[in-house]
Design a binder for this molecule. Structure first.
Ligand SMILES: Cc1cc2nc3c(=O)[nH]c(=O)nc-3n(C[C@H](O)[C@H](O)[C@H](O)COP(=O)(O)OP(=O)(O)OC[C@H]3O[C@@H](n4cnc5c(N)ncnc54)[C@H](O)[C@@H]3O)c2cc1C
Length: 570
């Protein structure tokens, strides 16, 4: 329980400026300090939340998957910790949030729930049990998906994890290609026999003569051959990262496509033909995934409610700007809320905020490490949800869908004449993401950009109009005025990038490890291409260390560094 017994701070005149109601757990809205006061009050305690007895105070930065997992784990495993979560935005779930726009829900990128970690899977199952009956679309279309006996019925219950079949293809030359590329008649027909032969020859060449892997371009060519690389990887990668693959570290490929190659594709196909259930399925080939009825944010909103129920405090619209350090230990943070600066001391800080911002806000960082953090690159992301009455693309797959739309969850756009990187078809993620699934299609058009560049600087209206024009170019709709409604979302630092000072990140990590009570978790918190499950696992490890008093942090940084990332199928 929080002890919040009236004024606890005074300014130089003795006037109270940080008051909390004499109640437990809350009052954060009334906690007020201003920057000038903070600067003056170097020696005065500025705790706004005071712990009872010998409890330790843990300050968690960010209410995304990593931050909320850390809060939940601490509170559910021990009663010795007071937990405060500081979230810059008004939303919960970070990049894994769900935005509800007039009853149509958007997922920032489409989040498949998949993990090889039994701990993560058990956690998800505990919060959102797997479906025990078919969801609406599978039911009316007579399709099948995995049903767990005794599980909740999505038609009657909201707290349920759906099981969805993954379908995602590449759109190139106005045709669909499987992603990853598969060897079947349709692929050969779409590519043309001549191109298929050239692709085969170039693949064989790559098998016989492996390039030294100095860049992502080398990584792809070694695995797919030059022809397939040029057709299916070069443009998309450059669009995603804003850099040519020849300028990007091969490590990104190892993180992102984990073992994906023509060989892996062949192995997957042969496994299916022979009926042998391979125990290893590469990440990019995973075909069924879990998905909350109302998108990923549903899970994180439930977790946040549990955190608050257990006595944790989540302060929204609270941007952490400084991390205070004394004698190599972190002593607290300063956060900005409604144009005011507020300080909070703590015994531990768990940070999922971007490494670049964390280090920039920390005092006494040696210049060398400050420079590495400052140089870490990111890629930002913009998406527009577009509501249309129907999709012009023909469904030739034979897979039944409501409205006979193409069955893809998402489509990679490889056309050279548009800037769009991908589009999501939310109808196919969950029928409950769309308010009128029988008569409308709800899409998420995705663009990769850099904060402050020409695209990012467009206002929402300009951006949406540009994206809608591209829908016509791609043949998704016939005319711009077919669009019923749209909504724009922007995600800063959606992708931690692996170039520039990333090469020296180990040095920065070693420096941060010298601060014993600071724990860097999550995706941007570690500057690693972590998925939700990895981000959660970093928090599992951080909490284990806090609870056990373990001083090394290797277990936290080692999450998602294994060479092979594969699903263990039981
Ligand atoms: C397009 C896209 C698609 C993806 N698809 C998948 C997928 O299919 N499956 C999957 O598992 N993962 C997927 N991911 C990855 C997933 O989104 C992340 O792994 C996950 O959200 C990371 O969680 P996190 O808590 O570390 O960080 P975040 O989700 O980034 O959350 C960090 C939080 O910290 C807050 N914050 C930042 N700075 C401050 C500050 N100074 N003060 C206070 N708060 C701050 C942010 O507002 C945010 O809420 C995808 C990511 C993207 C971009």
């Amino acid at each position: 329980m929080w002890v919040t017994a009236g004024p606890i701070l005074t300014d130089m005149t003795g006037k109270s400026f940080c008051e909390l109601p004499a109640s437990s757990n809350g009052g954060s809205e009334s906690v007020v300090c201003n920057v000038a006061m903070i600067n003056e009050l170097q020696t005065v305690s500025r705790d706004c939340f005071i712990c009872e007895n010998d409890m330790k105070k843990v300050l968690i930065i960010g209410a995304g998957p990593a931050g909320l997992t850390a809060a939940y784990e601490l509170l559910s495993n021990s009663e010795k910790y007071q937990v405060l979560v500081f979230e810059e935005s008004s939303c919960l779930g970070g990049i894994s949030k769900t935005v509800n726009y007039k009853g149509n829900r958007m997922d920032m990128g489409g989040h498949r729930f998949f993990s090889k970690s039994p701990e993560v899977n058990a956690w998800w199952e505990k919060i959102l049990p797997s479906q025990g009956a078919y969801p609406y679309d599978d039911k009316v279309l007579g399709r099948t998906s995995t049903v767990v006996p005794g599980g909740p019925d999505p038609e009657k219950t909201d707290r349920v994890m759906l099981r969805r079949n993954r379908i995602s293809r590449i759109f190139f030359n106005s045709r669909f290609f499987d992603y990853p590329i598969s060897l079947k008649f349709e692929t050969i027909r779409n590519m043309g026999l001549g191109t298929t032969i050239l692709a085969g020859i170039s693949y064989l060449k790559a098998v016989c003569h492996k390039r030294e892997e100095k860049s992502l371009e080398d990584f792809y060519i070694n695995r797919f051959g030059e022809k397939l690389y040029r057709m299916f990887f070069e443009k998309y990668t450059e669009n995603l990262w804003g850099r040519h693959p020849s300028e990007i570290s091969p490590e990104w490929g190892a993180q992102r496509v984990k073992g994906l190659s023509v060989k892996a594709v062949l192995k997957d196909i042969s496994g299916k033909i022979s009926g042998i259930n391979s125990s290893e399925v590469e990440t990019s080939l995973i075909r069924e995934f879990a998905y909350p009825k109302f998108g990923p944010g549903q899970l994180w909103e439930l977790i946040a409610a549990e955190v608050e129920k257990m006595g944790g405090v989540i302060i929204r619209n609270a941007r952490v700007v400084n991390i205070m350090k004394e004698n190599s230990s972190v002593t607290g943070i300063v956060y900005e809320k409604e144009d005011r600066m507020i300080t909070e001391s703590g015994d531990y800080v768990i940070s999922s905020m971007p490494l670049k911002d964390l280090v920039a806000g920390m005092n006494d960082v040696p210049a060398r490490y400050a420079r590495i953090a400052e140089g870490l690159p990111y890629r930002d992301y913009m998406t527009v949800g577009v509501l249309i009455p129907h999709l012009c693309l023909k469904n030739k797959t034979g897979i039944r869908t409501i409205g006979d739309i193409v069955p893809d969850n998402w489509v990679y756009v490889h056309e050279w004449n548009v800037k769009m990187g991908r589009f999501q078809i939310y109808n196919n993620w969950s029928p409950y993401m769309v308010s009128d699934i029988e008569h409308t299609v709800w899409l998420g058009l995705e663009y990769f950009c850099c904060e402050g560049d020409a695209m990012w600087s467009m206002n929402d209206d300009e951006f949406a109009r540009m994206a809608i024009r591209e829908m016509v170019v791609l043949g998704l709709i016939g005319r711009e005025d077919e669009v019923i409604d749209w909504h724009v979302e922007r995600v800063k630092k959606a992708y931690p990038a692996y170039f520039d000072t990333y090469a020296q990140i180990d040095e920065l990590r070693d420096y941060l490890n010298t601060i014993p009570n600071l724990f860097c978790v999550g995706r941007n918190g570690q500057h690693r291409y972590n998925n939700m499950d990895h981000s959660m696992s970093t928090s599992f490890e951080a909490v284990k260390n806090i609870l056990s008093g373990e001083s090394t942090k290797d277990n936290i940084w080692n999450v998602n560094t294994e060479n092979k990332y594969h699903e263990q199928q039981s």
